[in-house]
Design a protein around this ligand. Structure first.
Ligand code: ADP
Ligand code: MG
Length: 347
């Protein structure tokens, strides 16, 4: 049985505005990490706040661990946040600046002071921060503060923890490490989590499943690889990384395009849009390869790889390539698509 079940959750802040969250439904299994991925303003935080109980829902329900926490409608129910037993790490951590690390973690735990202290130390141990127990937040780095915030939400041993862009204040190198550690910790503790982010790389590397959100709705849910490789909309395709969208005329499992004849990932007929990831196009010297030719408009060197923009007919095609062979601006290149093009369903 699902640990958390969100049904038709809806929230409108102003009568004359569109709903911030509009009929959102999903489940989270015990120990599962679900990532809500979507652009800023699409309603991610509002979903988390309704699950945590900080926000009342206009419609829908939240069931957690066999209990109804939120039920909108004729017989409304709303369990207060402090009685939900769900952990929450906010975007800005919000540690109390005047309290030591240990007192920050003890805050919110119930019971005898000595018991609370033991549990707080255990939580700090989980995140590798026991040595810093007596420090104040301002004496810690951003990453350390973030771990204390996590320890604080782990203290009561919730089975579900809500993480609202918890890595966004960390610099790039620290972010990747902290992310991996937290993922490991959650899985070791068999703790389920919902992480909210607008960062596609973070979503792909952190999630067991990704839910793609747009304008208050969920567009697609699936394993990272499935959502990346089989997006069901141009929006989802674009949100998860760079993509080339081509209008083609399909004839069964093939279509002619500006990139030559494409193999399609399913059988379809007529005018359609297909998605091709930039890493699925290979470049070569036009004198050594026949096929479609284009002209390099620009190259963006990123150390481990290169992104080219290439003019082919009237369109700019994005190509991701390693740095073994490089082509300067204005060079002629041959392009070859090496994967099936993904057919996007017509809206
Ligand atoms: P996200 O976390 O995806 O960036 P939010 O859930 O914060 O999005 O916001 C979704 C929409 O709801 C936005 O248009 C935002 O301006 C609006 N909104 C969020 N909270 C409030 C609030 N307390 N009052 C009025 N509007 C709000
Ligand atoms: Mg937000």
């Amino acid at each position: 049985m699902a640990l958390l079940s969100v049904q038709n959750l809806t929230k409108r802040f102003h009568v004359d505005h569109p709903a911030a969250v509009d009929g959102v439904s999903f489940d989270v299994q015990p120990g599962e990490i679900l990532v809500l991925l979507g652009p800023s303003g699409c309603g991610k935080t509002t979903v988390l706040r309704m699950i945590a109980g900080f926000e009342h829902a206009d419609r829908g329900s939240v069931r957690f661990d066999g209990q109804t926490l939120t039920q909108a409608g004729d017989t409304p129910k709303h369990v207060r946040p402090e009685h939900r037993n769900i952990g929450f790490v906010f975007q800005d951590y919000a540690l109390f600046p005047h309290m030591s690390v240990i007192r920050n973690v003890m805050y919110g735990l119930h019971g005898k002071r000595s018991d609370r202290r033991v549990r707080a130390l255990q939580a700090l141990d989980l995140v590798g921060m026991t040595d810093y127990a007596e420090r104040r937040p301002h004496e810690l780095s951003g990453g350390q503060q973030q771990r204390v915030a996590l320890a604080r939400s782990l203290g009561p041993s919730p089975r579900l923890i809500l993480l609202d862009e918890p890595f966004s204040n960390l610099d790039a190198s620290l972010r990747e490490n902290t992310r991996q550690e937290m993922r490991k910790l959650l899985h070791e503790q068999d703790m389920a989590a919902i992480l909210v982010t607008h960062d596609q790389e973070e979503a792909l590397s952190f999630a067991d499943r990704i839910a793609v959100m747009s304008a208050g709705r969920i567009e697609q849910v699936g394993a990272p690889r499935d959502v990346y490789e089989q997006p069901t909309s141009a929006f989802a395709a674009t949100l998860l990384g760079r993509v080339n969208l081509l209008q083609v005329n399909a004839n069964g499992c093939e279509a002619d395009s500006i990139l030559g004849r494409l193999r399609l990932d399913r059988e379809v007929h007529g005018p359609i849009t297909v998605a091709i990831r930039p890493e699925h196009i290979l470049l070569s010297d036009p004198s050594e390869a026949n096929g479609v030719h284009g002209t390099v408009v620009s190259q963006d060197y990123k150390g481990h790889d290169l992104t080219y923009r290439i003019q082919v007919d009237e369109q700019i095609v994005t190509v991701q390539s390693d740095c073994r062979t490089t082509y300067p601006e204005e060079a002629s290149v041959a392009l070859r698509v090496v994967a099936d093009a993904v057919v996007l369903p017509a809206k």
